[in-house]
Design a protein around this ligand. Structure first.
Ligand code: 5CA
Length: 435
């Protein structure tokens, strides 16, 4: 992509409404624009990151055997009246009447819809277990939308729902999601901490929040310092095997939120206890027959007896993750994208656009990267070098290659990793490093 043609409305000034780094940086880098309170439009660069995160989530969901579906954002009130949540949900639910005066709502979550699909389609234990997921928009009319996409009213979520014949099998489904979440967040360069949590409006008796550390996070975190010693990506995971040992290994380290942390009885000794703040990027729930009971979702078991199906639901805040990743990866100059979610892998900076030599080398780099399937943003504008370097640091691409007249004469370019040291190398070795 050529910077001169790219729609990336960066801001020089720090927007006064933004209180935390990720919100400031997302506005300054032209990734998003607020359309209404807590409602955002995603501009090209922000949307590229959102899609990268979405794709990692999708790949990791698929790896567990979950199947992707797409449910409507607008839902009929009747299903929520059946489950008993229509009144409970209160003002957070955006309620709508259609032209026939039928009560609809913009879905804040999808337990009711998916339970309805299930009860109309599945009759026998032979069709279980099932696990269905979707990635799309939710609306919650939060009292205090804030921190940009971190606490929006409209936000992008991955939500999935498991259906099992009994509690033991439901536990296996829960464990799969638990382990899959460790991998998912680790692939985005984050350290996920699963913590025992309250299940709130979703209900149920087993629940874990997945927290990533950031000083600006809304949740307090208490965990064992040994937490940070194991990389989930280093584990061989077979989703058909018993995952309980992996879950135990993580939960034995003990981590808890404010509500669950009990200073008197905390099993971790003081020196080992890490206390900090974090951002909730995922939340998983096992709620048994809460919805199958109220909504009548049953299947016949191996003896032909009608049995209420055991359910769980599992969420990941896909749009929140864009902010959370920035909170965990930035410096005074801007964002520092982990490669797996970066909007482009490299930025090419032409230090003298219009100079034949510089233009030629930049084009050679750009073509070479494009042919190798490496996304690059080529700053071909007629702008001061300082402006270009500052913008590249702001938008945080993992690699920068600067091309100037002096280097071109010597057959070299300057390559550096965001936040790292500059190095003079040949055009070929710059290409080799990135491809
Ligand atoms: N039905 C369950 C699981 S699918 C559910 O809705 N869980 S949740 O309420 O915990 O939401 C799942 C994730 O969505 C949260 O962990 C959080 O990362 C994200 N999320 C929740 N509210 C917001 C919000 N207002 N703005 C951005 N992300 C949010």
């Amino acid at each position: 992509m050529r910077r001169s043609k790219y729609f990336m409305p960066t801001l020089k000034e720090t927007p006064s409404e933004a209180q935390i780094p990720s919100h400031r940086l997302m506005l300054r880098a032209g990734m998003v624009r607020q359309t209404a309170a807590g409602i955002y439009s995603w501009l090209p660069m922000g949307y590229r990151v959102l899609r990268k995160i979405e794709q990692i989530v999708r790949e990791e969901m698929d790896a567990t055997g979950a199947q992707e579906i797409l449910m409507p954002t607008i839902q009929p009130a009747e299903l929520w009246q059946e489950s008993g949540r229509y009144d409970d949900y209160g003002k957070e639910m955006l309620r709508i009447n259609d032209r026939h005066d039928r009560a609809l709502l913009y879905g804040p979550t999808h337990e009711e819809i998916v339970t309805d699909i299930f009860r109309n389609s599945v009759r026998s234990y032979r069709d279980l277990p099932q696990n269905l997921y979707q990635i799309h928009w939710k609306f919650r009319d939060e009292v205090r939308p804030r921190f940009g996409v971190m606490r929006g009213r409209e936000f992008f979520m991955k939500d999935n729902y498991s259906f099992d014949i009994d509690a033991e099998s439901a536990r296996r489904s829960y464990n799969k999601m638990f382990v899959s979440y460790l991998r998912t967040f680790a692939r985005m360069g984050l350290t996920p901490i699963p913590m025992q949590a309250d299940s709130g409006a979703i209900g149920g008796d087993m629940s874990h929040e997945f927290i990533v550390l950031a000083d600006t996070g809304e949740s307090a975190v208490y965990c064992d310092r040994d937490w940070f010693k194991t990389d989930p990506l280093s584990l061989e995971i077979d989703f058909d095997a018993d995952l309980q040992p992996i879950v135990d290994r993580w939960t034995e380290l003990y981590a808890a939120t404010d509500e669950k942390h009990d200073a008197e009885n905390c099993p971790i000794d003081e020196k080992q206890l890490y206390t900090g703040r974090g951002i909730e990027v995922g939340h998983i729930f096992y709620f048994g027959t809460k919805y199958s009971d109220s909504m009548g979702a049953t299947v016949s078991d191996s003896e032909g007896k009608e049995t209420k199906v055991e359910m769980g639901s599992y969420g990941i805040g896909v749009s929140r993750l864009v902010g959370a990743i920035i909170e965990a990866n930035h410096d005074d100059d801007g964002i520092i994208w982990p490669e797996s979610v970066a909007p482009f892998k490299a930025g090419i900076i032409n230090l003298r656009a219009g100079d034949e030599g510089c233009d030629g080398v930049c084009q050679q780099l750009y073509d070479g990267l494009t042919e190798a399937g490496v996304d690059a943003l080529y700053d071909d504008r007629d702008e001061r070098a300082g402006v270009k370097f500052a913008e590249m640091d702001l938008i945080g691409l993992p690699w920068q290659i600067a091309v100037g007249p002096r280097g071109v004469k010597a057959g070299t370019v300057e390559i550096k990793q965001r936040g790292g040291e500059r190095e003079e190398v040949s055009v070929e070795s710059a290409l080799a490093r990135l491809t």
